[in-house]
Design a binder for this molecule. Structure first.
Ligand SMILES: [Zn+2]
Ligand SMILES: [Zn+2]
Length: 285
């Protein structure tokens, strides 16, 4: 198996051996919205092999949303790792619920560690913003902090991950999870850039922001114009999940999805516009 890696990828740490032919991987959308007050919660997505659960971003409500799924595949107690794409509030605001809830879980306090993985600045974010928010309560379980440079990798029980530095404020990062034959990309928030093209080009399935609905270029986010460019360049995998839609005034989510479907019509890419609570089982197959 080959994947296109960032130029400075530390390949020595990446296992692309296909050890997982029989694995099943499941994808759940906990929050598909933005910071705006809509019926869709801020960004949070989960991947699971039925045992370990990892999340990419953890916006407000994500902790209770994963319980609301009611799926054993996505048991909140099995959350091992949260990958943060960046530290904007709509991508991290559920973390206090996670740490506080696991601290006081009435059915049994967490004993397993939680690992937070993110770009440079994660340690500062954890110590200066997250811990003070929780108040003067010592953490009863281990919280591991892993800061990754562009191209660095990290491995869990069913995946190997490579990080791609993207363009959205300082140190914003996308992730490529290699799970058996599947390569699953998460963009977080980003503008069009070379590393985005490399990340998406290396993937077989991607969860991508599509913040801006018109065809203007927008600093730090993807617009319809960028999506068309990516499609014309053949940079997108066959299966795309687009989220993080900022809706124009007087436009419903359903109306905007219809417009977006019109934008991508005719290209050989299957687009999904998930809503909160959507679960896709066996996405590798
Ligand atoms: Zn952001
Ligand atoms: Zn955002």
């Amino acid at each position: 198996m080959n994947a296109t890696l960032p130029q400075n990828a530390r390949v020595a740490y990446v296992s692309f051996h296909n050890n997982y032919n029989t694995m099943a991987v499941h994808l759940a959308f906990l929050g598909t919205g933005t910071c705006c007050a809509t019926s869709r919660k801020p960004s949070a997505t989960a991947l699971s092999d039925g045992n370990e659960v990892l999340c990419v971003d953890f916006g407000g409500g994500a902790y209770h949303q994963i319980a609301r799924l009611g799926r054993p595949l996505f048991n909140y107690r099995n959350i091992s790792t949260v990958f943060l794409t960046h530290f904007h509030v709509d991508h991290i605001s559920g973390l206090p619920d996670l740490l506080w809830g696991e601290m006081w879980d009435y059915t049994g306090r967490r004993e397993d560690p939680i690992t937070l993985v993110g770009p440079h600045g994660l340690k500062n974010f954890y110590e200066q913003r997250l811990l003070p928010f929780l108040g003067d309560y010592p953490m009863p379980f281990e919280v591991n902090i892993v800061e990754l440079a562009d191209g660095a990798s990290y491995a869990g029980s069913f995946y190997t991950m490579v990080s791609y530095h993207l363009e959205h404020g300082e140190f914003s990062t996308g992730y490529l999870f290699v799970c058996g034959d599947a390569r699953i990309a998460f963009t977080g928030d980003t503008a069009y850039c070379g590393n985005l093209v490399r990340l998406l080009g290396a993937s077989s399935l991607a969860v991508m922001e599509w913040s801006i609905q018109d065809t203007s270029r927008h600093p730090g986010h993807l617009s319809a114009d960028d999506v068309i460019r990516l499609l014309k360049e053949g940079a997108l995998p066959k299966k795309m999940f687009a989220n993080h839609l900022y809706l124009p005034a007087d436009t419903t989510f359903e109306e905007q999805v219809a417009r977006n479907r019109h934008v991508v019509a005719g290209f050989p890419v299957e687009f999904y516009f998930p809503v909160d609570g959507d679960v896709f089982e066996n996405i590798i197959g």
